[in-house]
Design a protein around this ligand. Structure first.
Ligand code: TRP
Length: 340
């Protein structure tokens, strides 16, 4: 992928308690890609999608807490706000002006087919309730707001998990419709990047690691909490000396998702040969996690304790984001309204 002078945009929703699955599958790869695009003369734009959360999160304290946590988590994991344009979606009014314009180029049928809305409708229908029961327009229009996030900055690439690819495709379609309407490129057509962002770390019970399954290894837990979670990873009762197929062993899958290649290899060989016990591997994994996350944890605690500084960073980030957004919106407005 050619990142030369490109704009990479990452959006993250404020959600509660982060786990190492988020770290391996989202935070770390997003930050690494950011560093890569910056090294190639491009721009890295990263924001907390707080307006996107309003459709399901109406508790202001939680909203504040989740937003703070995610901001501090990304900073602790290595986002440098002097290089990355790092801000809160709600601080950039251009995005919402963009949203209003974009609605006029978005076929309603697109929204009917968007996954999140369709899933909510299917759930209602299965329960014998009216199709749109409990569904607000924030959920329905979610993809248009996301399109505005992406198009307002002229993004080239949008790293996302598999579940968000459809939204980026809808965004590309909307931008295409605008360009076709006026017979010129008004908005840049973005592309989703998925490869490494699709990594899914299993939880300690073997299902996908998820807060709702209560099977997570916490990202910012104490060393004790992390150890306790690692020690509870489900194992089988094979003899310690029996040669094992690592692919069939949950503990190995989690270790492979988290640990450095040399350690992964050591564990893999130990399992294949036999003789390396699950308890030993758990200790190795807990240690590897503690070594990598310890410093991140300390930084996180420090950012949370001095949140006013983070707030300032986000506000400064929003100013930079607005500088990027303004000409794109102005050009779009001028095109639509024939305004000079
Ligand atoms: N919808 C994304 C998610 O659920 C978050 C998001 C909002 C986003 N706006 C975005 C992601 C723009 C990428 C680009 O994870």
């Amino acid at each position: 992928m050619d990142l030369q002078n490109k704009i990479v945009l990452t959006g993250v929703k404020p959600t509660g308690t982060l786990h190492i699955g988020n770290y391996v599958g989202a935070l770390k790869p997003a930050i690494e890609l950011g560093h890569e695009v910056l090294a190639n003369g491009g721009k890295h734009v990263m924001f907390i999608a707080d307006y996107h959360a309003v459709n399901y999160l109406k508790n202001p304290e939680e909203m504040q807490q989740f937003t703070r946590q995610i901001a501090c988590a990304y900073l602790a994991c290595g986002v440098n706000p002097d290089q990355t344009i790092f801000y809160r979606q709600s601080d950039v009014p251009e995005v919402f002006e963009m949203t209003t314009l974009l609605t006029n180029f978005t076929p309603k049928g697109f929204m009917n087919k968007a996954h999140a809305y369709k899933a909510a409708v299917d759930k209602n229908v299965a329960k014998g309730e009216p199709a749109d029961a409990g569904i607000n327009m924030g959920l329905y229009n979610y993809p248009i707001l996301m399109a505005a996030d992406i198009l307002t900055y002229g993004s080239d690439y949008v790293p996302v998990g598999k579940d968000q690819v459809q939204h980026v495709e809808i965004t590309a379609d909307i931008a295409g419709a605008v360009n076709a309407c006026y017979g010129k490129q008004v908005l840049k057509i973005p592309q989703a990047i998925t490869q490494e962002f699709a990594a899914v770390l299993p939880g300690i019970d073997g299902r996908k690691m998820s807060k709702s399954y209560n099977n997570v290894i916490p990202l910012f837990g104490s060393a004790e909490e992390i150890k306790k979670a690692v020690m509870s990873i489900k194992t089988d009762s094979q003899d310690i000396n029996a040669p094992k197929n690592p692919e069939e062993i949950l503990l190995f899958q989690i270790a492979r998702g988290f640990c450095a290649p040399e350690l992964v290899q050591e564990i893999e060989e130990g399992l294949k040969k036999g003789g390396m016990g699950y308890g030993t591997i758990k200790k190795m994994l807990a240690e590897a996690i503690a070594t990598e996350l310890g410093p991140i944890h300390d930084k996180y605690v420090d950012y949370m304790a001095h949140y006013n500084k983070v707030e300032e960073m986000l506000r400064e980030g929003a100013q930079k984001a607005r500088v990027l957004a303004r000409p794109v919106l102005d050009n779009f407005k001028a095109t639509v309204l024939n305004q000079k």
